[in-house]
Structures are given as structure tokens and as C-alpha cells.
Design a protein around this ligand. Structure first.
Ligand code: NDP
Length: 286
């Protein structure tokens, strides 16, 4: 069997076009959704991510502000900058690029963002909303993975979904969203004994470990949908996922490539959350 490839690039374009319609509807009422992205310090990878976020906003005609702060900014000054953005009517979404320098408490930063503008979905109030099944802003990467499943017509209800990884930004919210969609969910971690026993039973397998190619074809149930969230840079400079694509695609029914699978969806869902935030704040839209 050769798996069908889940083309994240094409699906991301389609989803952006859908959200552009909603953004245009707001603009017709005089509201331009606005995103502020704060980056603290000079991390080159973060700079690339932020540039891509700003570009995606421009593509949908959104207002965006790219705020660069020096690595040694006192925590209080960063919190004050966030407070200004909380009160800025041009801004509907605020995102602080993580990680922040060690002298800054990232929890305090996430809690300082107005939950109504928390387009990353990391504020405890929004995490609580996700846990109780009243999702407001879903964290962008797992949200993108859910949209990929939906757009490919892969049914979730009643299926066994196995999530490998339990980070706050991917694994845990992914598991909660699958649970909300009525999957039976198993979460595996680095402490799980006999990982393959669980992965081989998965109808839907989501892998977010940061361990290159750790899931191989013999760990996958024939016909399963495999969502590979991992992005790893190999010594030869190439990118690869947490799943061994070559062996996995011979067994799986569906699989995301890396790059070109989950990656393009993350920024797309950030833009979507920004439009949704503008709809909620302005009282227009869905
Ligand atoms: P973290 O390092 O925060 O979490 C990794 C998780 O994987 C942990 O819960 C860890 O378990 C678990 N894990 C590690 N090794 C194993 C193992 N051998 N068996 C089972 N579980 C294991 O990573 P993130 O969640 O932030 O990211 C995961 C991957 O996704 C990375 O490659 C990252 O680059 C990528 N990523 C991609 C994004 C995208 O846009 N496509 C966005 C965000 C991340 P434990 O808790 O026990 O330590």
C-alpha cells in the first residue's frame, strides 16, 4: 500500500482563501483585523517565523505589526508593551514569539496577554476553555492538524487516536481536540513502555516528539492516518519529520510530508485566529 499524501501547502492555500472571505467581510464594515508579533532578542529561527507570519497577514490584507525588542529588555517593560497592545484598538491578536530570554518568565508573559487577543491560545483561560470543550482560540499547530484531517475527509469519531508527545503547544492540545471530536485518545510520552504497542493500534497517529524519524513503518497500523508534526534539521541540512516517511508511506493510508504537511497550516491558523479575534471583539461575524 502506498499512502495518500496530505498536501499541507495546497490545503493551507484553500483555508487562507476561506478566511480571506471573512476578513474581507470585516473590512467592508471598517474593521481591519490586526496582529502584533513581539520578538525578544535576535534568534535567527524566530526571525524567519515572524517574517513568515507578517507575510501571511499581508496576503490576507490584515494589518500587522512586527515589534522587535532587545534581548536584555526588563520583564516589566515587556509586560508594559503587552498592556499597550491590549488597549490598542487596531490590534486584535497578540503573539509573543517563544522562547523568550531566560530572565523573563514566559508564564507571566502569556498571562499578560488579554485572553480575547490570545491568538496562540496559550493563556490559561483559553487552555481552560479548550479543556472544558468551549474552545475559543486553539493553539495553531494542533488546530492546523485537525483541519488537515477534516479537509481530507478522515473521520475521527469513534477512532483510536494516538498522540506521541505531551507538550503544551502541540501534544496536549492535540489530544484534547481529538477527544472533543469524539476520538478515543491515548497520549504517549518518553516514559511510555512499548510505544509500538500503542502506535500500531492507532487509526490516527499524531507524532510531535522532535526525534527525527523515530516512528517507522513497522510501528504503524495498515491504512492509518499519520500526522507528522516534527520538523528536524538533519546534519546534511535537509528537513525531516518525526516519522520515517519512506517506510511509513508503505503502510499508512494517509501521511503528511515534512516539509509541506503540518508546517504550512500553523501560520494559516494563526491568521484564522486573528480574524476570529477581530470578529469576536467587534461583535461581527461568526
Ligand atoms: P517538546 O520537546 O516540547 O515535546 C516533545 C514531547 O515528545 C515530550 O512530551 C516528550 O515526552 C515526547 N517524546 C520525546 N521523545 C519521545 C520518545 N522517544 N517516545 C515518546 N515520546 C517522546 O516538543 P514540541 O511539542 O514543541 O515539538 C515537537 C516537534 O514538533 C518538534 O520537532 C518541533 O520542531 C515540531 N513543531 C512543529 C511545528 C509546526 O508548525 N509544524 C510547531 C511546533 C513544533 P516527555 O514529556 O516525557 O519528555
Amino acid at each position: 500500500m502506498t499512502a495518500r499524501i496530505i498536501d499541507g501547502k495546497t490545503i493551507a492555500q484553500q483555508v487562507r482563501a476561506e478566511w480571506k472571505v471573512r476578513a474581507d467581510a470585516l473590512k467592508a464594515r471598517g474593521i481591519t483585523p490586526g496582529l502584533a508579533v513581539i520578538i525578544v532578542g535576535e534568534d535567527p529561527a524566530s526571525k524567519v517565523y515572524v517574517a513568515n507570519k507578517v507575510k501571511a497577514c499581508a496576503e490576507l490584507g490584515l494589518h500587522s505589526e512586527h515589534i522587535m525588542l532587545s534581548a536584555d529588555i526588563p520583564e516589566a517593560n515587556l509586560l508594559a508593551r503587552i498592556a499597550e497592545l491590549n488597549n490598542d484598538t487596531k490590534i486584535h491578536g497578540i503573539l509573543v514569539q517563544l522562547p523568550v530570554p531566560k530572565h523573563i518568565d514566559s508564564n507571566k508573559v502569556l498571562e499578560a496577554i488579554n485572553p480575547d487577543k490570545d491568538v496562540d491560545g496559550f493563556h490559561p483561560e483559553n487552555v481552560g476553555a479548550l479543556v472544558t470543550g468551549n474552545m475559543r482560540f486553539a493553539p495553531c499547530t494542533p488546530y492546523g492538524a485537525m483541519v488537515l484531517l477534516e479537509k481530507c475527509g478522515i473521520s475521527i469519531e469513534g477512532k483510536h487516536a494516538v498522540v506521541v508527545g505531551r507538550s503544551n503547544i502541540v501534544g496536549k492540545p492535540m489530544a484534547l481536540m481529538l477527544l472533543q471530536a469524539n476520538a478515543t485518545v491515548t497520549i504517549c510520552t518518553s516514559k511510555t513502555q512499548d510505544l509500538a504497542k500503542f502506535t500500531r493500534d492507532a487509526d490516527i497517529l499524531v507524532v510531535a516528539t522532535g526525534k527525527p524519524k523515530m516512528i517507522t513503518g513497522n510501528m504503524i497500523k495498515p491504512g492509518a492516518a499519520v500526522i507528522d508534526v516534527g520538523i528536524n534539521r538533519l546534519p546534511d541540512g535537509k528537513l525531516c519529520g518525526d516519522v520515517d516517511f519512506d517506510s511509513a508511506k508503505e503502510v499508512a493510508g494517509w501521511i503528511t510530508p515534512v516539509p509541506g504537511g503540518v508546517g504550512p497550516m500553523t501560520i494559516t491558523m494563526l491568521v484564522a485566529n486573528t480574524v476570529r479575534a477581530a470578529e469576536r471583539i467587534s461583535g461581527f461575524g461568526k
